[in-house]
Design a protein around this ligand. Structure first.
Ligand code: HEC
Ligand code: HEC
Length: 278
């Protein structure tokens, strides 16, 4: 990836950005399956030649936690996800498992989300809550709450190793365009766009953090920082707060469009859920 001399003033204020070197040769092999952590950027990503999983930029110690599911702290929450999947809730007396007998049937879904359903952009969280409210007669789960992330991690795990392949054209196109616009818009007191950090300055250090391309192929992600699973949009919120902007709401049209756009920038990388990050 090499040396990147360009540093914005705001980044300098946030803490001395300087060039680091990601280990491009590190391999992420889980259970004998090699994850694609680096590949050619999709043609529609104009300013990148190669795309990289966030795993590439983590320290050796953090990387190691994802190599073995027994070491991966995210798996504690997957057990909770299995319990929740089998728990009856709501007025209809049903659990997820009443209708979805084999969770393995969700293989492939994570790679395609968010997607267009009935003309609307739908995230995985919305799909889960739609089943809860309309089919179970249960209360929706909080968008990034522990129940939701445990179950979306369980569903996402079924796609681990499959290449991300979200649709960007057809009915998805207007949402994708909107997401792209947000990605390149500067927000907050620091006046920074997602692109200023994750496109212009990835592979540099910001404070003690090695900047990645901000890919979402590993979500939900177990973060050492807060010791829990984190949703995609929860992470977007954190990044907007870091530039001292008022974040969009989780589940908002803005964040959904941004999720679609960011996910598409990772088309070709393996789904890694649940990944481990700092
Ligand atoms: C000031 C720089 C900065 C800006 C602007 C910024 N981020 Fe981040 N972001 C970070 C840092 C630092 C991290 C943690 C290290 C890493 O994974 O890159 C991070 C992490 C992430 C991750 C987690 C990646 C992974 O592999 O788990 C995602 C996703 C992300 N950002 C998306 C966004 C989006 C979308 C925006 C725009 C709304 C944005 N970021 C704006 C600095 C920034
Ligand atoms: C009463 C039956 C029923 C229950 C209970 C139910 N679902 Fe569903 N679910 C469905 C049906 C039917 C569909 C397909 C809907 C469609 O295509 O419009 C679906 C679709 C889905 C999908 C998308 C699958 C795909 O491949 O597109 C996911 C994910 C999902 N449900 C998760 C859950 C979870 C998690 C729970 C428990 C919180 C749950 N469902 C509870 C009936 C149910």
């Amino acid at each position: 990836m090499g040396f990147k001399p360009f540093v914005t003033t705001a980044l300098a204020i946030m803490g001395m950005a300087f060039a680091a070197q990601a280990d491009e040769n590190a391999k992420l092999v889980i259970d004998g399956q090699t994850m694609i952590t680096q590949t050619k950027a999709p043609a529609f990503v104009e300013n990148l030649d190669e795309i990289y999983s966030g795993w590439v930029f983590r320290s050796d110690e953090t990387q190691a936690l994802q190599l073995d599911d027994f070491d991966n702290p995210g798996f504690v929450f997957l057990d909770q996800g299995i319990d929740l999947f089998n728990t009856v809730d709501g007025s209809e007396g049903k659990s997820c498992a009443s209708c979805h007998e084999n969770v393995e049937d969700f293989a492939g879904l994570r790679a395609k989300m968010p997607r267009i359903k009935d003309g609307k952009l739908q995230t995985m969280e919305e799909q889960v809550n739609e089943c809860r409210t309309t089919r179970m007669g249960a209360e929706p789960w909080k968008y990034s709450g522990s129940q939701m992330t445990a179950v979306t991690a369980l569903i996402s795990l079924q796609s681990r190793g499959m290449p991300v392949d979200v649709a960007v054209d057809g009915a998805a196109a207007p949402f994708w365009e909107k997401g792209k616009e947000i990605y390149y818009t500067r927000y907050g007191q620091l006046d920074l766009a997602c692109a200023n950090c994750h496109e212009d300055n990835y592979d540099t250090m910001i404070r003690a953090d090695h900047l990645s391309q901000g890919q979402v192929n590993g979500f939900p992600t177990y973060r050492l920082k807060n010791a829990k699973l984190n949703s995609i949009q929860g992470r977007f919120k954190g990044c907007m707060k870091n530039v001292r902007a008022k974040p969009f709401k989780e589940g908002s049209e803005e964040f959904k469009a941004l999720e679609l756009y960011v996910a598409s920038r990772g088309n070709g990388l393996s789904v890694e859920s649940p990944s481990v990050r700092n």
